[in-house]
Design a protein around this ligand. Structure first.
Ligand code: 4NP
Length: 154
């Protein structure tokens, strides 16, 4: 059985593409399906932000093939785990959920690390250092998620 994970941020061009690429790099592709989406529709169809592509590439991860999409209500049915990068996006995903089962799938990504901060900051309006910082935060959370899924697959 394949475990399906969806990473969600606002624009789906900075944080969640990194989360998609990082988690995918740590799991067996036959056992875990990873995707990402945004809660906004600003950049639909676009590649990830060049600064995300650059930091991922520095660590050997190619995210340039990804294309931005907006989360849709059926994602809450399809995916087993839905990770929000921050509380604002968490609330937007929760507002799409229609059942308790859907609601239970939604978590803040950084909660997996069991240590603050609970939110991955939005690096969009900052410089490249912000992208390096969020890369390492997301990397830490994805290590834990990959281990958890390996121990407890769907
Ligand atoms: P993301 O960052 O949610 O990590 O993809 C953002 C990307 C674009 C915008 C905001 C945040 N924007 O306002 O266009």
């Amino acid at each position: 059985m394949v475990t399906k994970v969806l990473m969600v941020c606002l624009g789906n061009i900075c944080r969640s593409p990194l989360a998609e690429g990082l988690l995918r790099s740590k799991v067996d592709p036959d056992l875990v399906l990873v995707d990402s989406a945004g809660t906004a529709n600003y950049h639909i169809g676009k590649r990830p932000d060049e600064r995300s592509i650059a930091v991922a590439s520095k660590y050997g991860i190619d995210i340039s093939h990804q294309r931005c999409r907006k989360i849709v209500p059926s994602d809450l049915e399809i995916y087993d785990h839905i990770y929000a990068m921050d509380k604002s996006n968490y609330q937007k995903i929760v507002s799409l959920s229609q059942t308790v089962a859907h609601h239970c799938k939604i978590r803040l990504l950084m909660e997996e690390t069991a240590s603050q901060p609970w939110e991955v900051p939005d690096p969009y309006y900052g410089g490249p250092d912000g992208f390096v910082e969020v890369f390492h935060m997301i990397d830490q959370a994805c290590d834990i998620i990959a281990r958890k899924i390996a121990l407890n697959p769907k």
